[in-house]
Design a protein around this ligand. Sequence first.
Ligand code: 4NP
Length: 154
Amino acid sequence: MKPPSILFVCLGNICRSPLAEAAMRDAAARAGIDVEVDSAGTGEWHVGNPPDPRSIAVAAARGVDISGYRARRVRGEDFRRFDHVLALDPQNLRDLMAVAPGDTRARVGLLLDLVPGRAGEGVRDPYYGDAGDFEAVWDDVSAAAAVLVGILRG
Ligand code: 4NP
């Protein structure tokens, strides 16, 4: 049977969603859960680029190597292929809804809606921030990954 699949989506696919992908891969591996994980962006400026060096550093500090990730833009097929498409902030959720094809099968939602007390919130864009902002992103996406692992465990 096909494992459950989750796509994380932010704006550039170089700061936040690669960290969401990394945190989920790491949490699932630790829990021994088989899940297909990927990330994408609603924007196209960074397509083909590796993650932001500050995201690479934050993940590396947790023992997760994301230097081989490459940014891509979300595409129509993603809404059929993935079980869940999770936006990192409300604006990206609106942008996803706007491009979701009519035959969308995925459940499209907001990542932090999963985390108790954080419903409706976005993971703050750290692009113009500092290392501490990237640490905050890691904390947010790890909290969501822990909830997702709990859900997938059943
Ligand atoms: P991300 O961060 O959406 O978390 O990957 C950003 C990356 C690039 C830009 C904005 C946010 N940008 O404006 O180029």
